[in-house]
Design a protein around this ligand. Structure first.
Ligand code: C5J
Length: 217
């Protein structure tokens, strides 16, 4: 399929759709992300195209993996360097507008209704920004024989980028769908995408979801 910086080849049998951190607290109005002063409309714009990609991936039987960033309730998996950062009233574990901030089991930590995982789809709970660090994702992908990742979700320059960099170092071919990843900051979105495909595809490939859907169906 056409992509930046050159065509991306994939075999659906060895490809997974990865949906990163489409959690209420990041994406929805009134959540933690908005409380921090961010404009969540940039992230909400990702939802409709991602719903189409998810529905199509399910139709053709692609492996679907969801991730959520968050911590166990006693925060024992949250390093002090992450825990002690920022305004104390808005730190991880503090009471937030949709439950304790980034704590597993809280309403705001869960995935938005529009993209609810189906039974049987992997949901990877991750303590960090990357999806491999501190998770079973690498083992799960090896078990499934997955070698290519179609990466979507939020935010482009944080958890999407960290995951793509981790995956690239582990030997996965990553295609990032430009309209299915989002950032609170338009300039980070643009530059974040450029950084992936620059230098001959230093971390991977970038393409709009329309190109992926055409290739898949
Ligand atoms: C952030 C994420 N931005 N999912 N998390 O803290 O990108």
């Amino acid at each position: 399929m056409p992509a930046d910086p050159y065509p991306f080849e994939f075999d659906p049998a060895t490809t997974a759709l990865v949906i990163i951190d489409m959690q209420r607290d990041f994406v929805e109005p009134g959540g933690f992300g908005e409380t921090l002063g961010n404009d969540v409309s940039w992230l909400q714009a990702v939802v409709p195209p991602l719903q189409i990609v998810l529905a199509t991936a399910r139709e053709v039987g692609l492996t679907v993996i969801h991730t959520r960033e968050g911590h166990v309730p006693d925060l024992s998996d949250c390093p002090p360097a992450k825990l002690n950062r920022g305004d104390p009233s808005l730190r991880i574990g503090a009471p937030g507008p949709k439950g304790r901030i980034l704590v597993r089991g809280e309403y705001g930590h869960d995935i938005i209704d529009e993209l609810t995982p189906l039974p049987g789809e992997l949901v990877i709970d991750k303590p960090g920004k990357g999806s491999f660090h501190g998770t079973s994702l690498g083992a799960e992908l090896a078990e499934l024989g997955i070698t290519s990742l179609i990466v979507t979700g939020v935010t482009t320059e944080v958890c999407v980028h960290t995951t793509v960099r981790e995956a690239n170092d582990r030997g996965y071919e990553c295609l990032v769908l430009s309209d299915c990843v989002g950032s609170y900051f338009p300039e980070f979105q643009r530059v974040g995408l450029e950084m992936i495909s620059a230098q001959g595809g230093i971390f991977g490939w970038v393409a709009p979801s329309s190109a992926f859907l055409s290739a898949l169906t």
